[in-house]
Write a protein that binds this ligand. Structure first.
Ligand SMILES: *[C@@H]1O[C@H](CO)[C@@H](O)[C@H](O)[C@H]1NC(C)=O
Ligand SMILES: *[C@@H]1O[C@H](CO)[C@@H](O)[C@H](O)[C@H]1NC(C)=O
Ligand SMILES: *[C@@H]1O[C@H](CO)[C@@H](O)[C@H](O)[C@H]1NC(C)=O
Ligand SMILES: *[C@@H]1O[C@H](CO)[C@@H](O)[C@H](O)[C@H]1NC(C)=O
Ligand SMILES: *[C@@H]1O[C@H](CO)[C@@H](O)[C@H](O)[C@H]1NC(C)=O
Ligand SMILES: *[C@@H]1O[C@H](CO)[C@@H](O)[C@H](O)[C@H]1NC(C)=O
Ligand SMILES: *[C@@H]1O[C@H](CO)[C@@H](O)[C@H](O)[C@H]1NC(C)=O
Ligand SMILES: *[C@@H]1O[C@H](CO)[C@@H](O)[C@H](O)[C@H]1NC(C)=O
Length: 344
């Protein structure tokens, strides 16, 4: 279709949309004050990554647990799945990580972080662990390798009862796993890993979740079966100039993702996957960062495009968002959550 025809169609669509709902953006945002609440998987949530803060010296999980704007915390990252003695390689901040080389003598115990995870969960928040990140080696060679990886993850971090598993968080069981594969990662058999994890989730309570974080440019293809087993999908609308927040391609990319994700015949039922908008909470000088107030306006646009499948916003990164402020001194998480609470 020629560009000017497209523009005309867009203009027509915008005009009819504007006349249908004249007061489209809320003038007044409702800010959440401190206080407790319960996570609801099908309402509008704020998910924040935790573990690789750039602007804060001592990023504390505790700061996110006590922040009532946060609904879900996604700790990064597990970098490799099958080390010796089946211990995955991971680094969740400098407080809790495996050494550069995992040997069969490696034991990692993180009681302080475990206590914080429990605290977060008691505050009504969900704590997930992210697989991947910028550099990872999570390649699965076969379907049986994927089943084995699910068993290891469930026993090391989840509610698995294998008493020989090397659990860094002791008795504490996390609430799910995130798949964050960046350019170049091999995603073969990740559908089996996800469905196998979901079977473990069904074997125990409380409810547990899988999320996925593809780049908006869709350059790392994730298997259909991974999307069919994901509760939440947050395409990352940043670090990709053509489709990031604030770019000309943003609207079209959000619609494309919505159409694709809405077409998934989910193994988890028609409510899923919930579609989130993945954004940046600080200026990483790459692409996709917007000042908090402008970002909220852009999430309203995205939310309209995603319609009833809208699940919320995910942010890279939580503690960095606490030091990014708007002109009134409100931090990025505060403003973003206020946008999510508002009706549009
Ligand atoms: C968000 O900011 C508003 C306005 O400054 C404030 O009243 C509210 O307590 C803040 N909420 C949180 C959870 O930080
Ligand atoms: C855990 O919580 C304590 C407060 O109870 C806090 O001082 C500490 O920094 C937290 N640790 C992490 C890794 O978040
Ligand atoms: C990747 O992980 C596999 C085990 O899962 C290991 O055999 C291989 O050496 C690793 N590759 C690199 C480059 O670390
Ligand atoms: C328990 O985990 C260990 C390694 O972590 C593994 O070798 C063993 O097969 C597992 N046992 C069961 C019953 O899954
Ligand atoms: C995206 O959509 C919003 C409203 O739906 C509109 O205001 C904005 O101009 C659009 N952006 C582009 C680049 O088309
Ligand atoms: C991503 O690419 C795959 C493979 O080409 C395609 O099937 C899928 O529709 C694409 N998804 C989006 C949202 O563009
Ligand atoms: C982000 O930082 C870059 C310079 O590093 C600057 O050019 C850009 O304007 C900043 N973006 C915003 C939205 O402030
Ligand atoms: C956000 O939208 C509101 C309502 O349309 C508008 O008043 C405000 O100027 C916008 N803010 C930014 C930073 O774009």
């Amino acid at each position: 279709m020629p560009l000017n025809t497209l523009r005309l169609l867009c203009a027509l669509a915008l005009t009819s949309w504007a006349s249908a709902s004249p007061a489209a953006l809320p003038r007044q945002l409702t800010y959440r004050d401190s206080g407790n609440y319960q996570f609801n998987p099908t309402s509008r949530n704020l998910a924040v990554y935790y573990g690789k803060a750039q602007n804060t010296d001592s990023p504390s999980l505790y700061d996110l647990c006590t922040n009532s704007n946060v609904d879900m915390i996604v700790m990064g990252f597990v970098r490799q799945l099958n080390g010796p003695t089946a211990l995955p390689s991971f680094g969740f901040t400098r407080y809790c990580k495996t050494p550069a080389t995992v040997t069969d003598k490696t034991r990692v115990s993180c009681p302080d972080m475990a206590a914080n995870i429990t605290f977060c969960q008691n505050m009504g928040k969900k704590v997930l662990i992210s697989l991947g990140g910028s550099v990872s080696n999570l390649t699965l060679d076969s379907v049986s390798d994927a089943h084995e990886a699910a068993s290891i993850l469930w026993n090391v971090f989840g509610a698995g009862a294998n008493s020989t598993a090397l659990r860094p968080f002791g008795n504490v069981a996390i609430d799910g796993f995130d798949f964050d594969f960046e350019s170049g990662a091999d995603t073969t058999h990740m559908d089996t890993l996800a469905s196998s994890l979901q079977s473990y989730f069904r074997s125990s309570s409380p409810e547990r979740y899988i999320s996925a974080a593809p780049l908006c440019a869709n350059n790392t293809i994730l298997p259909y079966g991974l999307y069919a087993n994901a509760n939440f999908v947050w395409p990352r609308f940043y670090n990709a100039k053509a489709c990031c927040f604030g770019s000309k391609g943003f609207n079209k990319s959000v619609s494309t993702w919505y159409n694709y994700l809405n077409s998934i015949n989910s193994d988890l039922g028609p409510t899923y996957p919930r579609v989130y908008l993945g954004g940046l909470s600080f200026n990483n000088s790459n692409s996709g960062f917007m000042e908090p107030d402008a970002f909220v306006n852009a999430t309203f646009t995205g939310r309209r495009l995603v319609q009833s499948k809208f699940g919320g916003v995910s942010l890279w990164e939580g503690t960095d968002g606490l030091v990014t402020k708007n002109a009134q001194g409100r931090d990025f998480l505060n403003v973003t959550k206020a946008g999510l609470l508002g009706d549009i």
